[in-house]
Design a protein around this ligand. Structure first.
Ligand code: NAD
Length: 276
């Protein structure tokens, strides 16, 4: 399977579908990333907070896939915010991954109450200038926190990685991203296993296409322009989740999924989340 790229605002090309490794141990992540690379995934999304960058790095090296074909994202954790500590955090992530550059580096949470995301962002701009990172972005940023970066910093975040799935569609934030050239990347694209995939509407649409509810949901993300990073450690699901380029949802299918929005998040609220 070959995954199409999307262009980010700084000209970097990013695969529209990648592989997530949240809540996988170092050993699980190593095994799962090896399977994913065999199945054709080239983009991997990890974070210093996931504690599995070393396992991810081992899988990348063992795969033999040339570095320039890979797209590796990691994220700076909350206790790494600040200008100098962000520069150090990037080096620490690079060394755990065994890489000499990242394709995408994200601020994991804005923590607006802490007030350090802007200086942290300036460190990411520096990392991009010196080549340690190809593209820089943010995660869990809101209209308010993104607006402050757009107003006060030099670079616009290339992506904002946010919770987004059919039960939490984030139309307002997506429109803001579109207006500013920020690419929307969906985390928990499958609803994190909280019952979304049992929705009868997804089952019905899937049966019409000979596809699973997970494939229908991933196809919906791709057709609205999102980047997606579904997670699984199960080989059959890893294969299933990348096999979404051979069919297309109809306008009626898209409308039916659009109507599933409950505006309910499963994860923390970025306006208040400050876990260290
Ligand atoms: P997800 O929506 O990808 O769901 C993963 C779960 O769905 C799996 O554990 C499994 O239980 C189930 N699943 C996967 N494939 C399936 C299939 N084909 N059929 C049935 N069930 C299936 O949730 P996620 O892992 O939370 O999100 C994806 C990635 O996003 C993460 O791995 C991580 O890389 C990233 N993420 C980022 C943040 C952030 O704050 N930036 C937060 C959470 C996740």
């Amino acid at each position: 399977v070959s995954v199409p790229n999307v262009d980010l605002i700084d000209g970097t090309a990013m695969p529209q579908l990648g592989f997530g490794v949240f809540q996988a141990s170092d050993a699980e992540a190593e095994q799962a990333v090896r399977t994913a690379l065999e199945q054709g995934y080239r983009s991997v999304d990890t974070a210093s907070a996931y504690g599995n960058e070393e396992g991810v790095g081992r899988a990348l090296r063992a795969s033999g896939v040339p570095r320039e074909e890979l797209f590796i994202t990691t994220k700076l954790w909350n206790d790494e915010q600040g200008y100098d500590s962000a520069l150090r955090a990037c080096d620490a992530s690079l060394s755990r991954l065994g890489l000499d550059y990242l394709d995408l580096y994200l601020i994991h949470w804005p923590m607006p109450g802490r007030g350090t995301y802007l200086e942290t962002w300036r460190a990411l701009e520096e990392l991009k200038r010196d080549g340690r990172v190809r593209a820089i972005g943010v995660s869990n940023f809101t209209v308010e926190t993104l607006g402050r970066i757009i107003e006060e910093a030099d670079a616009v975040p290339a992506v904002n990685q946010i919770e987004l799935h059919p039960y939490f569609q984030q139309d307002g934030l997506r429109a803001f991203h579109r207006d500013h050239g920020i690419r929307t990347e969906a985390w928990a694209p499958l609803g994190q296993g909280h019952g979304l995939l049992d929705d009868p509407a997804l089952d019905r649409i899937g049966r019409n296409h000979g596809r699973t509810p997970a494939q229908v949901v991933l196809r919906w993300h791709l057709q609205i322009g999102n980047v997606v990073i579904p997670k699984s450690v199960t080989p059959s699901r890893i294969a299933e989740n990348i096999d979404v380029f051979g069919f297309e949802l109809s306008p009626d299918d898209m409308k039916a999924i659009g109507e599933l929005d409950q505006n309910t998040r499963f994860g923390p609220d970025p306006a208040t989340f400050e876990m260290a």
